[in-house]
Design a protein around this ligand. Structure first.
Ligand SMILES: Cc1cc2nc3c(=O)[nH]c(=O)nc-3n(C[C@H](O)[C@H](O)[C@H](O)COP(=O)(O)O)c2cc1C
Length: 195
């Protein structure tokens, strides 16, 4: 017998999935008064640290900065304009970088591994009652320059972390985007083969 559709979560999943996954989404409206606990930020990084990777090579590195620090502002300055419009209200930013040299013979999976580290970090943030929004819209060279990164460290994404805010403090166009319908391709379009 098939399971009933899950309707009481943020995501209209066709099948029940873990609440942490069913409720996850990426807001742009963040609470500018929320301050992330230092231990919570470390827990989010710890979750990334414990992600699986090909051959356990762990080909990743992180730059973490809380709002109100010069490092936070440096990361914001490296973001694309459309991301700069909403990220200053986030509580923390994490740059996810790949370190292909550490992967040795496993270089084919470096980005795959880094994505898993980011996914684990995002789930830990959700577990802590926070939301995250990942970004590819940034200038890697600007991050490299700001943090004097060696050539083998490749910034690949930036994650904003914070508490969602849909109050009037958030610009209306951001609130409208956050409220817009969330969609996914049907599973039938994704299943290449099912036995
Ligand atoms: C690798 C990656 C890059 C992304 N880049 C951006 C970005 O530059 N700016 C942005 O606003 N959202 C960005 N997103 C967020 C996606 O648009 C968002 O995750 C997607 O629309 C699905 O929405 P959901 O996370 O709420 O399920 C990015 C997400 C990922 C995983």
């Amino acid at each position: 017998m098939s399971s009933p559709a899950v309707t009481d979560t943020r995501n209209q999943t066709d099948r029940p999935i873990a609440p942490l996954l069913a409720d996850r989404w990426s807001p742009r409206g963040f609470d500018a008064s929320h301050e992330i606990d230092r231990d919570d930020l470390l827990s989010i990084l710890e979750a990334a640290r414990w992600a699986p990777s090909a051959g356990n090579t762990q080909p990743w590195g992180f730059i973490a900065a809380r709002r109100g620090t010069p490092e936070f502002d440096q990361i914001v300055a490296a973001l694309a304009d459309f991301n700069q419009a909403w990220t200053p209200r986030a509580s923390a930013l994490i740059v996810f970088a790949s370190l292909p040299e550490r992967a040795g013979r496993m270089t084919a999976w470096v980005d795959y591994d880094l994505g898993q580290a980011a996914a684990h970090a995002s789930m830990q943030a959700e577990y802590l009652g926070l939301r995250v929004h990942q970004m590819g819209g940034f200038a890697a060279d600007a991050i490299r320059e700001a943090f004097d990164l060696p050539p083998g460290v490749l910034p690949r994404s930036v994650m904003a972390i914070g508490r969602h805010d849909d109050s009037d403090d958030v610009p209306a166009r951001i609130r409208q985007r956050d409220a817009s319908e969330r969609v996914r391709l049907p599973l039938s379009d994704l299943l290449i083969h099912r036995a």
